[in-house]
Design a protein around this ligand. Structure first.
Ligand code: VGL
Ligand code: ZN
Length: 241
């Protein structure tokens, strides 16, 4: 009895601490607790080797999202993954533009473009999903950025802002009304995908612990502001539990 009481009290205290910590960290109010039901999709963005430590465009601690996403995925009836999938010589690569270096900007016909190190080349090891990512949960995989002249951060629409990938139609046909967006990188592909999810009329949420950012010249702050402007909610994992 004595032991049982002590264990209970410890777990209660620990539980309360977690609740207080998450309440302090989360901008979501209790009444905004997200709904995860048959009409909610988890969109897992670009959890690929090149965006993880050791990859050519490694996002700091990018690999840490995998365990979180594997656990989260079990709770969703609908799971979609995106895969950055560039041909060699893609126009978003600095190496395709003599004299240009990675992370410089360049004006493209569709607008300003960050130039990246070569990454996620079709069929390469770097383009593969992380080996520890549970792919069995994915019902569909949407590839993007496969046209040489146009990049696509968003899983919904290419950077020309005209060419759809088909993901919007797929989710609509399946009656999906809500999206939880996770993966890499918060300030580029996750951010753009979440914004386009909102533009597609989905109630959209991004889970902080299930994302990591590149953070280039304030890109992370800007991404959160752009997402907020479109009504995308920023959640903590604890908000979903
Ligand atoms: C990404 C830069 C270039 C991403 C993809 O997945 O966030 N970032 N290509
Ligand atoms: Zn890319």
């Amino acid at each position: 009895m004595q032991d049982g009481f002590r264990i209970d009290r410890r777990s209660l205290v620990a539980g309360a601490t977690v609740l207080v910590a998450s309440a302090a960290a989360s901008p979501l109010k209790a009444q905004e607790k997200p709904v995860i039901d048959a009409r909610t999709a988890l969109i897992v963005v670009d959890v690929q080797n090149d965006f993880c430590p050791g990859g050519s465009l490694a996002v700091g601690k990018g690999d840490e999202v995998v365990a979180v996403i594997n656990a989260l995925g079990k709770r969703f009836a609908n799971v979609v993954m995106t895969q950055d999938w560039h041909p060699a010589g893609h126009s978003s690569f600095a190496s395709s533009h003599p004299g240009k270096k990675p992370f410089e900007m360049m004006q493209m016909p569709y607008g300003p473009q960050v130039l990246w190190p070569d990454h996620c080349i079709q069929g390469s090891k770097g383009a593969e999903f992380r080996a520890d990512l549970d792919l069995t949960m994915a019902q569909t995989i949407v590839r993007k950025g496969y046209r040489r002249e146009v990049d696509s951060y968003s899983g919904f629409v290419e950077a020309d802002r005209k060419t759809p990938t088909g993901l919007g139609g797929y989710l609509r046909e399946r009656g999906v009304a809500r999206a939880v967006v996770v993966g890499l990188a918060t300030d580029f592909c996750v951010g753009w995908t979440a914004q386009d999810a909102a533009r597609n009329g989905l109630e959209t949420l991004v889970v902080e612990e299930a994302c990591r950012a590149i953070d280039l010249n304030g890109s992370l702050d800007k991404a959160w502001a752009d997402m907020a402007a479109l009504g995308v909610k920023r959640a903590r994992l604890a908000d979903l539990i």
